[in-house]
Design a protein around this ligand. Structure first.
Ligand SMILES: Cc1ncc(C[n+]2csc(CCOP(=O)(O)OP(=O)(O)O)c2C)c(N)n1
Length: 323
């Protein structure tokens, strides 16, 4: 159910999901063509989580991401040109071409950063939750993390203190059933990560992470609770990554093909496109125009990246604060 989301807002959410999808398809292609360096982790299949949550936030609210961060960046409003330039390793990128896919941050839009340390972001953004509480302007902070990260110490320590101090936080677990090549069922005995919330005295909610309206509704409720000073909520979004753990060729992917196929049938982008069409809020021409506009924006982003130089060897230690 779209609830009180206007048709314009719903189309904007679809456009953001489409942008994430096409951005990553392009990143994957260009990575395999040898134009992008480092590691690329695709978020394809999980777009409804980032967009469903971020569409419930204000621009001044803060989020933190993971190693699989492009979707969160785009959903919070990051600049595609600077993102693509960062993946291309160019000076015009968000980290001046020295951070790559896993380190994109934009404090100006409340995006505190992707993070290569599994669960590392949870502690950083809990600090942002404390900052928001101290600022007293009603801001909230959101931690995105995987099911694997929910087994790590920072998750438990942060939920504990955030609950005790009633921090204005959303902890959003993107449960895609796998942590790299390890199945979630092999590393925790509870079927729902959300059940862990009870141990900290906060609400734990399970939602269909491929249903953007369900995600948005759960996030909106949790945001209202956080802004009212009632403390954090743990939201577990059941979803799936459609690609292997990273784009690196030749890595093992132990997942059963039938499992992958079943989730492809629940593709979140297709589900939203169909819903909008069924509601009469999108027609084929509108959908094709959206595709053309998104693809044109990506062409501009690639051209922007390619026009920028690589960092020079002399710049290697610029912006290094400690070693
Ligand atoms: C502290 C730490 N341990 C291990 C790794 C290696 N590693 C990178 S991604 C990953 C799996 C993370 O799984 P999950 O949190 O479920 O996120 P997903 O990849 O499924 O989005 C691991 C173990 C790491 N980057 N950091």
């Amino acid at each position: 159910m779209a609830g009180n989301l206007s048709p314009d807002k719903q189309r904007q959410m679809l456009r953001q999901m489409l942008t994430i999808r096409r951005f990553e398809e392009r990143a994957s292609n260009d990575y395999h063509a040898g134009k992008i360096y480092g590691v690329v982790h695709c978020y394809i299949g999980e777009e409804a989580v980032a967009v469903g949550v971020c569409s419930a936030l204000e621009p001044t609210d803060r989020i933190i991401s993971t190693h699989r961060g492009h979707g969160h960046c785009i959903a919070k409003g990051a600049d595609l040109n600077r993102m693509m330039a960062e993946l291309y390793g160019r000076q015009a990128g968000y980290c001046k071409g020295k951070g790559g896919s896993m380190h994109i941050a934009d404090f100006g839009i409340g995006m505190l950063g992707a993070n290569g340390i599994v669960a590392g972001g949870i502690a950083i953004v809990t600090g942002a939750g404390l900052a928001a509480q101290m600022e007293g302007k009603g801001g909230v902070a959101v931690s995105f993390f995987g099911d694997g990260a929910s087994n790590a110490g920072p998750f438990h320590e942060c939920l504990n203190i955030a609950a005790a101090w009633k921090l204005p936080m959303l902890y959003v677990c993107e449960n895609n059933g796998w942590a790299a090549q390890t199945a979630a069922v092999a590393t925790h005995a509870m079927s729902d990560v959300a059940g862990r919330a009870a141990g900290y005295g906060i609400p734990g909610v399970v939602v269909d992470g491929n249903d953007i309206f369900a995600v948005h509704q759960a996030a909106s409720r949790a945001v209202a609770r956080a802004r009212a000073g009632e403390g954090p909520t743990l939201i577990e979004c059941k979803t799936y990554r459609q690609r292997a753990h990273t784009e690196r060729k030749g890595q093992p992917d132990p997942r059963d093909q039938a499992e992958v196929e079943a989730w492809l049938q629940k593709d979140p982008l297709t589900l939203l496109e169909r819903k909008l069409k069924a509601q009469g809020d999108l027609d084929d021409a509108g959908w094709q125009a959206m595709e053309r506009e998104v693809m044109a924006a990506l062409e501009r982003a690639v051209a922007f990246a390619e026009a920028s130089p690589f960092p020079t060897p002399e710049q290697a230690t610029d912006d290094v604060f400690a070693a």
